[in-house]
Design a protein around this ligand. Sequence first.
Ligand code: HPA
Length: 248
Amino acid sequence: MNEVTALIGGTGIYAIDGMNLQSETVKTPYGTVTVQRTDDLVFLHRHAPNHSVPPHKVNYRANIKALDMLGVKRICATFAVGSINEKFDLAVPIIFDDFIDFSSGREHSFFDTIKTGVGHVDMSIPFCPILGKALQAEAKNRGMKVRNGGTYASTNGPRFESPAEIKFYRKMGADVVGMTLCPELPLALELGMSYAGLGFSINWGAGMTPTIELIHDGTDKIKEDMLRTMINALKNTNNKDCTPATIL
Ligand code: HPA
């Protein structure tokens, strides 16, 4: 039987055209999640169908647990982000390789009850390098420009940052800011999954332009390229090649 993989769509990525997807509802101990799927690919919109849930209210544990219950071991996820490093051009997809978590007040672990016990997941290699390489190879095949490597500062939202916060995140080593990587990625790693993140910058961080201006024009082609790249990267990898993070 084919391995089941997942694609998590962020802002702007709501569907996969040209695929016969069936709706499925999964009841997890953390809440109910609806996904669209084929036999071997599960599409989950992070903010729920219709983009009805803001970043700080997403039920990250239910989302990740639902994928786990469907047998998913490999995830590719998309993110709309803001660039805070001038080298990170808008609308050029980024394959992330590191992150800093500035989010707060979110349920951020599965290891928090007597049942689940104490567990500390190793974050030394947060993004799966095998999936990252597969994304790079696919992007090359498609003639799509991507940036390989970048650090995501995960903020709480839903507000944008202040100019001083952006300067601070830049000094801390971040290249982009976004509101949803955490706790999604750490939760996936806690459940033994491999995770790749493909970002898409839609604005410059606060203070870099007079006010925040989001780009919309010309992004459909990039989003379509990102989707196809992720689908093929998942097809061209195997669970056994992707080493899950250690739980200490
Ligand atoms: N900040 C935080 N999250 C974002 C931004 C931003 O500038 N742009 C898109 N998501």
